[in-house]
Design a protein around this ligand. Structure first.
Ligand SMILES: [Zn+2]
Ligand SMILES: [Zn+2]
Length: 157
């Protein structure tokens, strides 16, 4: 899809720029994208380089980027996180850790993304693990949307 040439808000010409870092958070997840490419008009409005860029980025972030196993939630009403390997109840304390990955939502240079997540260490088997994969994946779209809003990037029309 071709890049737009004029601003959706004020119709002045657009130029490609990159934002040093866009970051968003949702629940336990923090996302930071480095050198995020946008189109900027003469009045400073920012928009995505293509309409489907945010969707492609989201697709690229699907699946595991951490290489760590997931814990399992157990319990009917008050679900608690258990070790996925030996089933011991995991302690509440978790160490926050960042996981870097490169994604390619368009041809050309990769985008560097950092996901920061709580990592739990099983008190019994010492296995390091994350919360359930589905839970984390469910946070990604909102964290990304928040990052774009925070950077003032207009949603595609
Ligand atoms: Zn504009
Ligand atoms: Zn364990």
């Amino acid at each position: 899809m071709a890049e737009a040439t004029s601003c959706v808000q004020c119709s002045t010409p657009l130029q490609r720029q990159s934002i040093g870092s866009v970051t968003g958070e949702e629940g336990v997840l923090r996302i930071a994208v480095a050198d995020f490419p946008v189109l900027v008009c003469e009045r400073g409005h920012r928009q995505f380089i293509t309409r489907d860029f945010p969707r492609k980025l989201l697709e690229q972030l699907a699946g595991d980027k951490t290489g760590l196993p997931e814990g399992k939630k157990r319990g009917l009403l008050f679900k608690k996180l258990h070790c996925g390997q030996c089933d011991v109840l995991l302690e509440i304390e978790a160490a926050s850790r960042s996981f870097a990955c490169d994604v390619r939502p368009e041809e050309g240079a990769a985008l560097h993304v950092e996901l920061t997540l709580p990592v739990y260490t099983c008190p019994a088997c010492k296995c390091e693990q994350l919360r359930e994969r589905g839970e984390i994946e469910g946070l990604v779209p909102t964290a990304l949307a928040q990052a774009f809003r925070g950077a003032g990037i207009l949603p595609p029309r």
